[in-house]
Design a protein around this ligand. Structure first.
Ligand SMILES: [Zn+2]
Length: 234
């Protein structure tokens, strides 16, 4: 149930109330706002008192969450995607038969009988993965010869928190979402993972190896961190 309470400041606070079999009142700030889990028997005025006591905390939390929020991708015509750091506009045309995804600089064209969002998402992600495989392979080849190492294989990953990895069998995994990032960022991750073939750690020796093929790695690392939430939007 949705409720609203007037705070002493005059602001309206909206929240979702979920009555549960529990003893205490739990307040949670989610992307859709304040959610309160309350015991079944607590009265509305008791609940209001608790909320008022916590009003400052709630306001701060709500402000920070809306400031950092990146909207979810809407899988529909006109949506803005990212490809190698550049905007890519999703263009959906009606066609009796579903056609292969086509790329034109600045546009990703989909022709399909119905514009079901899950279907669009699947097709677009498939396209990203296919492109990522050839793009990352090319970069791995360039930088592995620069560094004088050989990698065994490249696998695309879907990891939520890692951009890449490299194991002792020299198998490299790279997150396909990186294809959205500017080329110099992809190059950095490629150089980072290739350097692990020489140094399986993050020692000073490892970073010196990275620097030998990618001198400005510190700036790239920072930039990647800042971009992370945006790249995970998809
Ligand atoms: Zn590493």
């Amino acid at each position: 149930m949705s409720y609203s309470l007037t705070l002493p400041t005059g602001d309206q606070l909206h929240y979702q109330l979920k009555r549960r079999q529990r003893r205490t009142v739990g307040l949670k700030i989610t992307h859709s706002g304040l959610v309160i889990h309350a015991p079944k028997r607590i009265s509305q005025s008791q609940l209001d008192d608790i909320i008022l006591q916590k009003a400052d905390w709630i306001r701060k939390k709500l402000t920070s969450i809306t400031a950092n929020k990146i909207p979810d991708i809407q899988w529909q015509h006109g949506e803005q995607l990212l490809y190698l750091g550049n905007p890519l506009t999703l263009t959906i045309e009606h066609d009796a038969r579903s056609k292969a995804v086509e790329y034109e600089p600045g546009f990703l064209l989909l022709a399909m009988p119905n514009s079901e969002p899950t279907l669009i998402a699947r097709k677009v992600i498939q396209w990203y993965k296919k492109k990522a495989l050839s793009d990352f392979t090319r970069r791995l080849e360039i930088f592995s010869s620069k560094l004088g190492v050989n990698f065994t294989s490249l696998t695309l990953s879907n990891a939520a928190s890692r951009w890449g990895s490299c194991n002792s069998r020299k198998e490299i995994r790279l997150n396909w979402r990186l294809l959205q990032a500017p080329p110099h960022i992809i190059n950095y991750v490629v150089c980072h993972e290739l350097s692990h073939i020489k140094e399986m750690n993050h020692s000073a020796k490892f970073w010196a190896t990275v620097a030998s093929i990618y001198p400005d790695y510190k700036a790239a690392e920072k930039e990647l961190k800042a971009l992370s939430a945006k790249l995970h939007q998809i």
